[in-house]
Ligand binder design. Structure first.
Ligand SMILES: [Zn+2]
Length: 109
């Protein structure tokens, strides 16, 4: 999303920090909730923040589940960069896995 002044704005910003004007409304809102993702039957690669939001758990909990190998390896992809590793989660696999977990995820582990 880009402000009229040219400043690149994160989606959640309501105002541009550079010029103070209200942020433009996104033309094509990214699907945020599980239902929408399932209806579209897409398999988007989610950032850890988005994946955690999808599962309604904290980002740290998601990390923990992955590190403890409770999260199936097909649920995520690790992209090795020069300086750091980037992790992307597969929405469809995550939702399938979440459906098999007994009890709320927040108390797992
Ligand atoms: Zn601006």
């Amino acid at each position: 999303m880009q402000c009229k002044c040219g400043n690149e704005l994160p989606e959640e910003f309501r105002f541009c920090p550079a010029c103070g004007k209200p942020a433009p409304k996104p033309q094509n809102p990214v699907p945020r909730i599980a239902d929408e993702l399932e209806i579209k039957q897409v398999d988007p690669m989610l950032s850890p923040v988005e994946a955690a939001r999808l599962l309604k758990i904290s980002r740290w909990k998601l990390d923990e589940l992955r590190i403890q190998k409770k999260l199936p390896p097909n649920c995520y992809v690790i992209i090795s960069g020069k300086k750091k590793k980037t992790i992307r989660y597969r929405a469809k696999e995550l939702l399938n896995w979440a459906g098999t977990v007994e009890g709320p995820l927040t108390t797992a582990g």
